[in-house]
Design a protein around this ligand. Structure first.
Ligand code: PLP
Length: 370
């Protein structure tokens, strides 16, 4: 059997580099609660992501959940179902009603032509997703948010390091959530952050991730425990030194995939967007069975037989999850439904060799009926 290839493979620094970074902890015994490595990473990420403020968290999901809480939202929030469970769960766990807007079929982000018809007097925010690192139609979202006085919190879990019009992607909207999970472009093992512009949010987020504690005798927020610890932060400090190199290697992989797959009939690939510095986070392919001759599931199974594990991101849609007991009508997001049944995310990580990309493409193309 050939070498096993997973959809992602965590970036890691050299063992010695990490050891060097965590060594001081054996003197300080300060392992968590916003220690010196945490502070260092927060500063470095504010610069790297080109944003005004950053608040670090134990993971991306808690970052999003607590950011929503920090804005004191109520009623309905417009979002998309073509995403990871986290986006929808963060809304529902805040006691808010997700209102699902369809996606566009070009880059799979929220269809801004369909947002306004979903706005009611209960709507308080839009939570769009820069899915696969494809950035949303920010200009339109800004226009709508301003017109109806809505908050905008981006799920930027896939968008680490992306620049749009020469600015960090996290500088748009009221806040953005980044995920530093092991499988993402940049990782702190588990981890995440909120970027934001409003000074007042800084203290709020700081307290919410630490039980809502204001000082020794005052607890004035119903917070959670979502602090990033020093070992996570140290992993981040190390990985950040190499992230540019990692993105460059990802780009080579993506270019090879595109060379092999972009003119194949029945396959749809997303391309680089205008004025965007991409991070090459994911490589989704949409299979049109009627033209290509094989379904997404057939391709996925064939890859699996060859020890290659692609993922059906994002299938199923979050508005069809069992936990919601049929509360949402999937017919209202037909394009998301169409894409989710046909999309397959191929393996992509910095150290994926071009030979292995070729092997994956050969298997995919062997299913083409001509
Ligand atoms: C990974 C991810 C999250 C959650 O991030 P974690 O760090 O794993 O908690 C949220 N939204 C999307 C779209 C993601 O891919």
């Amino acid at each position: 059997m050939k070498e096993k290839i997973l959809v992602a493979n965590s970036s890691m620094p050299e063992f010695e580099e990490y050891m060097e970074e965590i060594k001081p902890l054996w003197n300080s015994h300060w392992l968590t609660n916003m220690g010196v490595i945490h502070q260092k990473l927060e500063k470095q990420l504010t610069d790297y992501l080109d944003v005004e403020h950053i608040s670090l968290f134990s993971n991306g999901h808690m970052a999003l959940e607590l950011a929503i809480q920090a804005f004191n939202l109520s009623g309905e929030v417009i979002t998309t179902p073509f995403t990871f469970a986290s986006t929808t769960h963060a809304i529902v766990r805040n006691g808010l009603m997700p209102v699902f807007c369809d996606i566009n079929k070009e880059d799979f982000t929220i269809d801004t032509n369909k947002i306004e018809s979903l706005i009611t007097d209960k709507t308080t925010a839009i939570i769009p997703v820069h899915v696969y690192g494809n950035i949303c139609n920010i200009k339109e979202i800004e226009r709508i948010a301003k017109k109806y006085d809505l908050k905008v919190i981006y799920d930027a879990a896939h968008a680490f390091g992306i620049q749009y019009n020469g600015r960090g992607i996290g500088s748009y909207g009221d806040a953005s959530m980044f995920s530093f999970h092991a499988t993402k472009v940049f990782n702190t093992i588990e981890g995440g952050a909120i970027s934001f512009g409003d000074n007042q949010l800084e203290g709020k987020l700081y307290r919410l991730k630490n039980f809502g504690i204001r000082d020794e005798v005052t607890v004035d927020g119903v917070g959670a425990n979502a602090k990033m610890n020093e070992f996570q932060a140290a992993m981040g400090v190390c990985n950040l030194r190499h992230v540019e190199e990692e993105i460059e290697k990802r780009k080579q992989v993506v270019n090879r995939y595109r060379d092999r797959l972009q003119n194949v009939k029945g396959l749809y690939l997303t391309m680089d967007q205008e004025n965007v510095r991409s991070n090459y986070a994911y490589f989704p392919v949409v299979f049109d069975e009627t033209v290509f001759g094989a379904t997404r599931n057939e391709v996925c199974d064939r890859l699996k037989e060859n020890n290659i594990f692609a993922r059906k991101y994002f299938y199923p849609l979050t508005n069809t999850f069992e936990c919601f007991n049929g509360e949402y009508n999937v017919e209202e997001t037909p394009i998301a439904l169409h894409i989710s049944k046909r999309v397959l995310t191929l393996p992509l990580f910095a150290d994926l060799t071009l030979d292995n990309v070729d092997r994956i493409c050969d298997i995919v193309l062997s299913l083409q009926k001509i």
